[in-house]
Ligand binder design. Sequence first.
Ligand code: ADP
Length: 367
Amino acid sequence: MSYLIITELQKHYDNYHALRGINLSIQEGEFIVFVGPSGCGKSTLLRTIAGLESSTSGSIDLDGRDITELSSSKRDLAMVFQSYALYPHMTVADNLSFALRLAKVPDDEIQEKVRSVSASLQLDPLLDRKPKELSGGQRQRVAIGRAIVRQPKVFLFDEPLSNLDAALRVKMRLELARLHKKLGTTMIYVTHDQVEAMTLADRVVILNAGSIEQIGTPLELYREPNSRFVAEFIGTPKMNLLPVDNIVRDQEEIAFHLLEGRILFPTNRIKGPMPSSIILGIRPEHLTIVEEEDDFSGRIELIEHLGSEAYAHIQISSDQTIIVKTAARSEIRDGQLVNLHIDRNEIILFNESNRVISLLAEDVEHG
Ligand code: ADP
């Protein structure tokens, strides 16, 4: 039985339909990340779980108890906000212990819990300071510590790292991953940053316009997106999308005319009905610059050097540029005409409704 079960959750704000029938089951101890573009409903979903927003209909069950109508404070959840929301007039120690004092927990127990959380988050030297005397990263650690002392059933994080600079964000991301390993508590984390989602999550929930688009492990979403939306959202640089010029059918195979080249797909590899139009998706690492003439060619417009690798932006027609990931020391230059090879096994095809066309694995040839 799942730990947190969300069933047919709907949320209307006046005239706006923000959550459109969310169904989601989370196991105890999972690190779940809600990700999606701005306005897709991530925060609304998190805040509805937290009890900070009421749902229009549907239910939320936590650890066998229906919490849909419970007030936020009775849900056994702790939320960490982007804005930290620390009490400015209280010291770090008082911020950490506040919820426990409010709950009339015995003094010695409070001290023990604060001591343990402070040690694990390296807050000991800061206990007597006020929030204004702390850096952004330190404030965020106090906010996390304040959630931990309450020993909630689930931690809810609302874009907790977005106010930090890039280097600190990466550091705090690691600390959060370690913390999750150590505590083993269920965590739900909202971000618009797909890299954060991919690196932190056991499972990622991708939201789009108030609905769940796909749920899966980071690698499942990367390798087996079920729609163009997911394929484009996950992965940097983005997946290249190439419209297929025309589809030629004969008995054995469909031929996709791709620019000046030709890519052949045996018809029997396509599961389900034949699409009326096709877009071909290929990730930058699944295109290779080759010596000999191959699938197609293009001119290098720009190369971005990242040190460990490089991204070549290659113009393949008057109105289309693609990105190819290459080795850092590759000998290519701006303006050069290059031949490109597509890894057939990594092609993802999308139909006229932007859903993935299921393909059967290519037969392995034995020679
Ligand atoms: P996200 O966190 O994915 O950026 P939100 O959950 O904050 O998105 O918002 C989802 C949608 O609901 C947005 O279009 C937003 O404008 C709308 N919305 C959020 N809060 C309110 C509110 N209090 N009143 C009306 N509309 C709201």
